[in-house]
Ligand binder design. Structure first.
Ligand code: NAD
Ligand code: ZN
Ligand code: ZN
Length: 344
């Protein structure tokens, strides 16, 4: 079969590999669509030894069951499914509670992270990772599994603060952020301030229903403060889907005393959390900082429900499998709006 693999750090190749077979408890899925996540660029940029090499990338997958391995109940050839990408140990305290995104044994284990992913004609996954998607378009189903699930989980973590009358600043309206805006609108009554460097991303945020948009830049903090109030007031919640030094610095300067910063993006910035009496403090007093990771299977079930009810829709640009490397180049340049989805 054809697959797009990381064959060395930074190297992505469209190549031929043997079609895998489903082992006991596993399913061979014919890939229908796979989202190109910005994390794949971080995986490619990671030094040798962090991720398996060679490895087929792709952790945002939906497809059709082709064959089932021994002992698999409840799934048959032809069934359509989204893949919950995390594979926790299944035995630790966190996994037993359903928090596989907090597994104490394999903290970043999963499809396209620690084993071959979905950028291929077929992928083998444990049957327990499949969630039914009915007749949903698979190019819509695939982005739900990460671009939808990760913001949904972050919103869940922030939910106690997301009361009517509060404000949420959403930084980075790309694959995750454009889903995050819709999830906030569908599940909360907060006022949304969307922030991005790209005018096209801000247009998308406005079309989706963000209440205010602010172009990132030297005066962004000032412009956001005009909307959310100056310190010690500010945004109740900041969802940072970038994680660069500039966005972490923006977030901590616009979050309210007692607010919450959710640092989802992995762009390598550092947040100076120091309990000091500086004025202004680097992070306001009583402010919570969370570094969310992906989400739970139960949350993915809810994300799929939101989409099936028409409340969540990925803005998708599709590419054939052979053009996956070009899709990632476009993502790196910032030329993808919404989600790039590869259709093998
Ligand atoms: P994306 O490239 O689709 O979107 C990023 C958006 O941020 C773009 O719209 C871009 O214009 C904007 N942006 C870039 N720099 C900016 C800046 N300085 N200020 C404001 N906006 C800026 O990426 P994505 O696939 O949505 O992923 C976003 C981040 O989240 C990545 O770092 C990715 O690795 C990470 N991620 C984390 C998790 C997790 O579980 N923590 C899961 C998935 C993705
Ligand atoms: Zn991802
Ligand atoms: Zn575990």
């Amino acid at each position: 079969m054809r697959a797009v693999r990381m064959t060395a750090p930074g190297v992505l190749e469209h190549t031929e590999v043997p079609t895998p077979e489903a082992g006991p408890g596993e399913v061979l899925l014919r890939v229908g669509a796979v989202g190109a996540c910005h994390s794949d660029l971080h995986i490619l940029d990671a030094p040798a030894g962090v991720f398996p090499i060679p490895m087929t990338l792709g952790h945002e997958v939906a497809g059709t069951v082709d064959t089932v391995g021994a002992g698999v109940d409840g799934w048959s050839p032809g069934d359509r499914a989204a893949v919950y990408g995390i594979i926790g140990c299944g035995r630790c305290r966190a996994c037993l509670r359903g928090d596989e995104n907090r597994c104490r044994v394999t903290p970043v284990g999963g499809v396209g992270l620690s084993r071959d992913g979905g950028l291929a004609e077929y992928v083998v996954v444990p049957a327990s990772r499949l969630l039914p998607v009915g007749d949903m378009d698979l190019t819509q189903a695939a982005p739900l599994t990460d671009a939808g699930l990760t913001p949904y989980h972050a919103v869940e973590l922030a939910r106690p603060r997301l009361r009517p009358g509060t404000t949420c600043v959403v930084i980075g309206i790309g694959g995750l952020g454009h889903m995050g805006v819709q999830i906030l609108l569908a599940t909360t009554a907060v006022r949304i301030v969307a922030v991005d460097t790209s005018p096209a991303a801000l247009d998308l945020a406005s079309r989706l229903g963000a209440h205010h948009v602010v172009q990132a830049g030297p005066d962004a903090v000032e412009k956001i403060r005009e909307l959310v109030g100056p310190p010690p007031d500010g945004a109740d919640v900041v969802l940072d889907f970038v994680g660069a030094q500039a966005t972490l610095d923006t977030g901590r300067q616009v979050v309210a005393t007692g607010g919450q910063l959710l640092l989802v993006g992995l762009a390598g910035g550092t947040l100076p959390v120091r309990p000091v009496a500086d004025e202004p403090p680097p992070v306001p007093m009583e402010t919570g900082v969370v570094v969310p990771f992906w989400g739970t299977r139960a949350e993915l079930h809810e994300v799929i429900a939101l989409a099936r009810d028409g409340r969540l829709h990925a803005d998708v640009q599709t590419f054939p499998l052979a053009e996956a490397p070009q899709a990632y180049e476009a993502l790196r340049r910032g030329d993808v709006h919404g989600r790039a989805v590869i259709v093998p």
